[in-house]
Design a protein around this ligand. Structure first.
Ligand code: NOJ
Length: 708
């Protein structure tokens, strides 16, 4: 029996709730850790978790992925607790469970929601076949500062692209049917503004205006809610000076009332008790009161709820009715997952057979190929097989290319670049002797930062490649300048020096287990690069935060007068980034020839039809990501100079010309205006198309029906 019928679930939940004691209800609001490898918060004892499960005091379990342990804990809950309510097992499966896909920032470079959805489905399959029910993904934080270690988990700096990809993750994980035991529930995070931490320093203060929050950070969550995301996790930071985990404006007014979120809200790891450090709570009891009354359902690891909610209900500072509502949300999720009927449904014999399937690994290769951005190519790539090459650099045979949050993905499963060349019998490959370097046609050099330099808790002030690698690069280029550079990193690094000297650059981020094969296919031309950056690559770290969707300012930089003193620029560094958002090359010769729109005056129910003629003027078959932006020429408040509104990934045959069509509606012109109305004001706008956020052609239109 499945519970896709909401009314039936409601009935079941209400009936179960009526049998529960207050403590059992509170237990459903607690996510317990089990292993004692606790990194933040208090230490704890696993036997305590078992005891609590027996007492009906645990609702879900964090990060247990050993199937025997999952079975044991589930059995305890189902057979030894009074009501036998099954546990929900949650884990961070962020870019692969066992099959490792590119880190999410790299995956976003594909601009390919169909691919992302397939990947999420494949991830859900592996995850669900190992006993897990929920993944703490997708991460929807908008990112503008590459010093922040967590940019690797994001979809980059644009709210529209992040919404599209976030939805693809959710649909792939949940498959619109949580009772299907190949699917897992998704948890969108971190609500909200975490990517805005000052100076990119982890867990730092966030100071954000309401309008920026609404225009830039909320759309992704709105889309996630419309895609039926099951859970939303609060962030560690403050918003409007109140920690998100205890922030009623966020959790009740925005999430529940405005966005109509019906699922479960969960705190991040010990973020509830951290409101004491944020200096808004006295003690754990105060923590429970503030977080619960702010609207937080489920508490991760911290024990303020299980220790104090009962007492707070007795004191009448927390209402049991509110507790009932939170418990109902949690129980509904368990019913939707089918856990009451089949608490062990996700546990299988010989479960290894479900991992690393051929089709999944193939998907990982496709993802890696589509995620690596070619930033520069001075007619050196692709490499024809007769070329003498030297493979060199510390990352050429490295397996440290999986990235953080890798779940059970192992370096042993990675094919390095060198291995891929050997496996493909590339005959003209030479060792790195001085003579070989001198005589090579091409030096294929791989540099990077270790995987452990990005992810949570890994903010960096210095985002250059280290000194040893720079010296190494310089020593080689002086012998032979024909360098094709491959960069591995969990974030955009400052690579201006390398940009100056390398003949070609592939920015790979961390592509996962298929790294070597993907790079082999790309550099030898078996596949053309097609990825485009979703996070601006700065020229210099002093430019950070740097992002394409910035405001114009009163004295905008004028590239015709680069030395003019009194405008928005630096005197010691270019104004522009090294590579803008949306940028990436292919082996094709893509030309944007013609651009038409079907109307200049745009009314409420109109659709704006946009046609762009794009040509691939050479012999390579390639994919091009055609991008469409708008600009509000004026508005009641400043708006970004460009806002991405649509894009298409299009395949071109050699010498093929195509007309690419976009359709915009009035929705695409809306933003929160001066009065915080979500509207498209009666104004003039520009519609723009092009290959990236910098090189755009535009046409003007006027929106005449103001809508709200
Ligand atoms: C902390 C991280 O911020 C969050 O993203 C993650 O899901 C939880 N810990 C659980 O591991």
């Amino acid at each position: 029996m499945t519970y896709s019928d909401k009314a039936l679930i409601k009935e079941k939940v209400n009936s179960l709730l009526s049998k529960m004691t207050l403590n059992e209800k509170i237990g459903q609001l607690y996510q317990a850790p089990y292993f004692s490898d606790i990194v933040t918060g208090h230490s704890f004892d696993s036997s305590q978790t078992i005891k609590r499960i027996k007492g009906g005091m645990v609702g879900s379990i964090l990060s247990v992925h050993d199937e025997d342990v999952i079975r044991k804990l589930q059995k305890t809950a189902v057979e030894e607790s009074r009501l036998g309510i099954p546990l929900l097992f949650a884990f961070d499966v962020i870019h692969g469970y066992k099959t490792s896909f590119p880190i999410n920032l790299a995956l976003s470079n594909t601009w390919d929601e169909t691919l992302v959805k397939k990947i999420a489905k494949a991830i859900a399959y592996e995850t669900s076949h190992r006993g897990l029910h929920l993944t703490f993904s997708p991460m929807l934080d908008l990112v503008r500062d590459p010093r922040w270690g967590r940019v690797m988990e994001s979809n980059g700096e644009d709210p529209y692209l992040s919404s599209i990809l976030g939805k693809a993750y959710i649909e792939g994980y949940q498959q619109n049917d949580l009772s299907n035991s190949d699917s897992v529930a998704a948890c969108a995070k971190h609500f909200i503004g975490y990517g805005h931490v000052e100076a990119g320093r982890e867990y730092n203060t966030v100071d954000i205006s309401k309008r920026v929050l609404y225009n830039m950070y909320l759309p992704q969550f709105k889309t996630a809610i419309n895609a039926n995301v099951s859970m939303i996790m609060t962030s560690f930071n403050t918003v409007f000076d109140v920690p998100a985990t205890a922030n009623k404006t966020l959790l009740k007014d925005i999430l529940r009332d405005e966005l109509k979120f019906k699922g479960v809200t969960i705190s991040d790891y010990t973020s509830t008790e951290e409101i004491i450090n944020h200096k808004i709570a006295d003690d754990l009891k105060d923590v429970a009161k503030q977080c619960f009354n702010a609207g937080l359902d489920h508490e991760m690891v911290s024990e303020s709820y299980i220790q104090h909610l009962n007492e707070l209900v007795q004191e009448k500072t927390v209402s049991e009715n509110d507790i009932n509502e939170s418990v109902k949300r949690m129980l509904s999720l368990k019913y939707e997952l089918g856990l009451f009927d089949k608490p062990y449904a996700y546990l299988y014999e010989n479960s290894n057979q479900y991992l690393l399937n051929e089709s999944t690994v193939k998907l990982a290769r496709e993802a890696a190929e589509k995620s690596i951005v070619m930033l520069k190519n001075d007619q050196i790539l692709p490499i024809s097989k007769d070329k003498k090459i030297v493979l060199c650099g510390p990352y050429v045979d490295s397996k440290d290319v999986i990235g953080e949050w890798a779940a059970l993905c192992k370096k042993d499963d990675v094919t390095s670049i060198k291995e891929a060349f050997i496996n493909s019998n590339y005959s003209n490959m030479n060792d790195e002797t001085k003579d070989n370097v001198k005589n090579a046609d091409i030096i294929l050099m791989a540099l990077g930062e270790p995987g452990s330099h990005a992810g949570e808790g890994n903010s960096k002030a210095n985002i250059y490649l280290d000194k040893t690698q720079k010296e190494y690069f310089d020593s080689i280029r002086k012998i032979n300048p024909n360098i094709v550079l491959i960069v591995f990193a969990g974030r955009p690094l400052i690579i201006s020096h390398y940009h100056q000297y390398a003949k070609a650059i592939l920015y790979a981020y961390q592509p996962g287990m298929e790294t070597g094969n993907a790079i082999y296919n790309l550099v030898t031309g078996k596949v053309s690069p097609s990825a485009k950056l979703t996070m601006t690559l700065p020229y210099h770290e002093g430019q950070i935060p740097i992002y394409y969707n910035h405001y114009n300012t009163g004295r905008p930089y004028d590239e015709k007068r680069p030395k003019y003193r009194y405008n928005t620029r630096y005197i010691d560094c270019p104004n522009e980034p090294l590579y803008p958002f949306g940028y990436g090359l292919s082996y094709g010769n893509i030309k944007y020839l013609d651009f038409e729109i079907d109307k200049q005056i745009f009314k409420k129910y109109d659709k704006l039809s946009i046609k762009v003629t794009v040509e691939n003027d050479n012999q390579y078959a390639v994919d091009e990501i055609v991008q469409c932006y708008i600009e509000a020429i004026t508005y009641s408040v400043s708006r970004p100079v460009n806002e991405l509104k649509s894009f298409k990934r299009v395949t071109f045959k050699p010498f093929e010309k195509k007309i690419i069509e976009f359709e915009l509606s009035i929705e695409d012109f809306r933003a929160f205006n001066l009065n915080m109305e979500w509207t498209a004001e009666h104004r003039k706008y520009k519609v723009k198309v092009g290959p990236n956020s910098r090189d755009l052609i535009s046409k003007k239109i006027e929106v005449v029906d103001e809508v709200s």
